[in-house]
Design a protein around this ligand. Structure first.
Ligand SMILES: Nc1ncnc2c1ncn2[C@@H]1O[C@H](COP(=O)(O)OP(=O)(O)O)[C@@H](O)[C@H]1O
Ligand SMILES: Nc1ccn([C@@H]2O[C@H](COP(=O)(O)O)[C@@H](O)[C@H]2O)c(=O)n1
Length: 202
């Protein structure tokens, strides 16, 4: 099994890059796991209390469960991936049964910031886009898909997203084996990663 970790600041294009990589690979060979699925279960808090949580701090993620799941997959056992709702800001009761595959891709802002998780990755990738580019993409997405208004999205960016990026995410770039520049769509880099994966699948 090949486990690939893909990190990078919010809006850098991780999900898009992963989709581009996976689209051309055999479906039955690859599983994608998002760090977002492992946000702590906050169902014991009210919606207002949840809205005050710093979702960009490593403590907001259940890394123990994520690492347990990766170890289970490596051991050939299936896992149940939690389902997270950005609108409700907590885990939903359901989960997604997921079988082990030859390639596992784990993507999320903080996946290279956790030393124990990092050790589980065979290849570590950091997707880079400039902060102004990321902010524009993030605002568009938060308003369109995550139920935020402009004021809330900007407040969160200034109070949590930007400081946590500077403290935890940007410094994790030094652990990457590959850095993908993604201010513009980068088909060359995507092709290179796909080639590495295909070599492994042979
Ligand atoms: N290279 C790019 N150029 C322009 N827009 C992009 C690019 N990559 C991603 N996007 C757009 O930016 C937004 C955030 O991308 P996404 O892949 O969800 O980022 P992330 O998963 O890192 O938060 C999406 O609307 C996506 O379509
Ligand atoms: N309830 C939540 C939980 C997280 N976020 C933001 O999601 C970002 C990480 O996801 P990406 O797809 O952008 O990598 C992170 O920056 C959190 O602020 C949220 O908005 N609401």
């Amino acid at each position: 099994m090949l486990i690939i970790g893909i990190a990078g600041g919010t809006g850098c294009g991780k999900t898009t890059v992963v989709k581009q990589i996976v689209d051309e690979l055999p479906e039955n060979e690859v599983v994608v796991i998002s760090q977002d699925s492992y946000y702590n279960d906050l169902s014991h808090l009210t919606k207002e209390e949840r809205s005050k949580v710093n979702f960009d701090h490593p403590n907001s993620i259940d890394f123990d469960l994520l690492m347990h799941h990766l170890n289970e997959l490596r051991a050939g056992r299936s896992i149940n991936i939690p389902v997270y709702s950005f609108v409700e800001e907590t885990r939903l009761p359901e989960s997604i049964p997921t079988a082990p595959k030859k390639v596992v891709i784990v993507e999320g802002i903080l996946v290279l910031s956790n030393p124990a998780l990092r050790k589980l990755f065979d290849i570590k990738i950091y997707v880079h886009a400039d902060s102004d580019e990321r902010l524009i993409r993030r605002l568009q997405r938060d308003i369109r898909e995550r139920g935020h208004d402009l004021e809330k999205a900007l407040y969160r960016y200034q109070t949590a997203v930007k400081p946590m990026h500077n403290q935890f995410i940007e410094p994790s770039k030094e652990f990457a084996d590959i850095i993908i520049p993604n201010n513009h769509y980068n088909t060359v880099a995507v092709d290179m990663v796909r080639t590495i994966i295909n070599d492994k699948l042979i």
